[in-house]
Design a protein. Structure first.
Length: 292
């Protein structure tokens, strides 16, 4: 819960969410991250450029996922989208062929059937995940569903990727912005990684952004801030997350771009970071829209 006008290190609103869920977030951590993001983005065009790039990514998803075109989606169309999903593209190459695209499209239809009704989000996400094997090599499936929902309908769905919050292993942006007393051991976070948690988390972050002078494209500003927060964790961990996709670099926005898939395309060649089942690199079918 947030209360940025209160003179406390800990954040807090007087009233919890209607569900009774409370997120104990740290105002100082968020303020430091917000200020660092503004400075880090300056050399590569500023925050607005990144927000615009996220909006373009979302428009690609929305055109297919929320405008009745899922049944028309080809392997090439889906591969174009997958190139913009950093937590997915390294791991799902073995699934991307003509034999498997039908199964993927069927799963996406289950996820998006009734997409405007958020009360069924967790049920639809579960049905989507259950279409794939429940093993370590398919942990990317949740990230795929999260990106499809969020970027297909960003005003409705928060980003629910594992890097935002993964209760099973206790890591994610939520962990990084959770309030802890100075010098104390990190608290156990008992909240679920379900729609209610992610929705409240985004509402709290949007409240923070509004209090700090951001009034438009808030859902994409929220994505950028969260990615930058987790990029800090990646840097602290030595770039181990997603392995070779995250290497040490003097560019303070490198990991932030990669978390959001904004590094998807080489704008000169159209080549993406998505490696297909045959080992070839997918080349985007349309114009190269994202940041290098």
């Amino acid at each position: 819960m947030l209360g940025f006008l209160q003179n406390r290190e800990k954040t807090g609103k007087e009233k919890p969410a209607a569900s009774g869920l409370v997120l104990d977030l740290s105002g100082p951590v968020l303020r430091r991250a917000f200020e660092h993001l503004a400075g880090a983005a300056e050399a590569t065009g500023g925050v607005e450029r990144y927000v615009g790039a996220i909006a373009l990514k979302s428009s690609l998803f929305e055109e297919i996922m929320c405008k009745g075109k899922i049944h028309e989606m080809s392997l090439k169309d889906f591969s174009d989208l997958a190139a913009f999903m950093a937590p997915v593209r390294r791991r799902m190459g073995a699934e991307l062929d003509e034999k498997n695209i039908g199964k993927i499209i069927h799963a996406i239809k289950l996820l998006m059937d009734g997409w405007s009704d958020v009360s069924t989000t967790d049920k639809r996400m579960e049905a989507f995940i259950n279409q794939f094997p429940a093993d370590k090599s398919h942990r990317w499936v949740r990230d795929l569903g999260a990106e499809i929902l969020h970027y297909g309908a960003p005003e409705i769905y928060p980003l629910m990727s594992r890097w935002m919050w993964d209760k099973k292993i206790g890591t994610g942006v939520l962990r990084e912005i959770w309030f802890n007393e100075p010098g104390a051991e990190p608290q156990e976070i008992s909240v679920k990684d379900d729609f209610a948690t992610f929705d409240l988390m985004r509402r709290e972050l949007i409240g923070f952004l509004s209090d700090n002078g951001v009034f438009k494209n808030l859902e994409f500003y929220c994505d950028l801030l969260c990615a930058h927060i987790y990029a800090g964790y990646i840097n602290d961990m030595g770039g181990q997350y997603l392995k070779s996709d995250f290497i040490e670099s003097p560019d303070p926005m490198l990991h932030t771009r990669r978390m959001l898939g904004l590094d998807a395309i080489n704008t000169e060649t159209g080549r993406t970071r998505l490696k297909l089942i045959d080992g070839n690199i997918h080349k985007l079918g349309g114009d190269a829209l994202m940041l290098n």
